[in-house]
Design a protein around this ligand. Structure first.
Ligand code: BJW
Length: 294
């Protein structure tokens, strides 16, 4: 069998139309054309840091201010971004089929494209959930869209910008660029837990080494284990290297599903079993997904 599966639209759509149960596993590439950077490869650096190195409990322990600056920046960028045609196409598919989106993304764009919440499973949490970092405190809130979450995390602005007037706010500086000076923060000015009044709040996302949300995993397992077979898994914009999320590809395949991959990079067609998949559509998810789901 070929290393890279074919991009045969006709056979894919035939299978899609006859499929009764479909799951999509999506990752950062889904939101790339909305202007949000991916984790690996170009764009995976935030200042001088690998994005994946900031996404750990150890990083937050060592430097909560830096980690909050990273997440506050991403909250801001995600709120400014717009869902793209692929987010809408998946939301639409969820309305007409027995379909579930397993999203590794934390940017809120699928929700804003009105994906039915009951069939959208967020395995890595959300940038807009926050919770207390103290193990004894169970404080958590969701849909906190306050931007910046605390005044100290406001992006620095270019006060020397000549176009700045009272009506027009000064241009925000891009703190993901290491040439821009990061504002110095006092730990006291970071978001604090309103319940225990002791702990720092932290983003409600899943960091390396942490458990994925139990209820979400349970829902996915129940859907996957339904005696009615899964016919198709569509793997969109993910390097499929992070577990356990990546294992859903083989889980679905083992349950009889065919595998379709949408990705810019043929090197990221998930390797598994005897060969990678049944279809590979190479290119930008925001163009390809609406096209193949038509
Ligand atoms: C486009 C495009 C365009 C670009 N159109 N495409 C089994 C084996 C080995 C290791 C492990 C294992 N089981 C568990 C582990 C450890 C670890 C792990 O998987 N490590 C691997 C790296 C090896 N997993 C965990 O720690 C998980 N927890 C866990 O397992 O708990 C149990 C446990 C506890 C203790 C010990 C052992 C077990 C938790 C994983 C949490 C991941 N969290 C992050 C951060 C979330 C918060 C945040 O956003 O900051 O999740 S890391 C980061 O990676 C983020 C993403 O959701 C995730 C996946 O990345 P994604 O989405 O695939 O992005 P990229 O950048 O990798 O890929 C983008 C793709 O798009 C590329 O393919 C591009 O080509 C493509 N693309 N533009 C289409 N326009």
């Amino acid at each position: 069998p070929p290393l890279v599966p074919p991009a045969d639209l006709e056979s894919f759509q035939k299978h899609l139309n006859s499929s009764k149960r479909i799951v999509a596993l999506v990752g950062a590439g889904l939101s790339a054309s909305s202007g949000l950077p991916t984790f690996r490869g170009a764009g995976g650096l935030w200042r001088t840091h690998e994005a994946t190195e900031l996404a750990t409990p150890g990083a937050f322990q060592r430097d909560p201010a830096l980690v909050w600056q990273f997440y506050s920046y991403r909250r801001h960028m995600s709120l400014k971004a717009h869902p793209n045609r692929a987010h809408y196409a998946l939301a639409e598919l969820a309305r007409r089929k027995d379909f579930m989106t397993v999203s590794q993304n934390v940017d809120g764009l699928s929700q804003r494209a009105s994906h039915p919440p009951s069939s959208l499973k967020l395995v890595h949490g959300s940038l807009f959930d926050v919770k207390c970092n103290e193990f004894f405190c169970e404080y958590a809130e969701s849909n906190n869209f306050t931007d910046p979450i605390v005044p100290a995390l406001a992006l620095p602005t270019d006060e020397s910008d000549p176009t700045t007037t009272e009506a027009l706010r000064a241009r925000e500086l891009d703190i993901s660029d290491e040439r821009v000076t990061l504002p110095e923060l006092n730990i006291r000015d970071l978001p604090r837990c309103p319940k225990c009044k002791k702990g720092l709040l932290r983003p409600g996302v899943v960091w390396f080494g942490e458990m994925l949300p139990k209820d979400t995993l349970k829902d996915i397992e129940t859907w996957m284990d339904d005696p009615r077979q899964i016919d198709l898994i569509i793997v969109i914009g993910t390097s499929a290297r992070v577990y356990p999320a990546a294992s859903y590809v083989d889980d679905a395949r083992m349950r009889g599903a065919k595998v379709a991959v949408v990705n810019m990079d043929p090197a990221d067609v998930p390797a598994g079993g005897l060969y990678a998949g049944d279809w590979f559509f190479q290119g930008d998810a925001s163009e390809i997904v609406p096209e193949i789901l038509k």
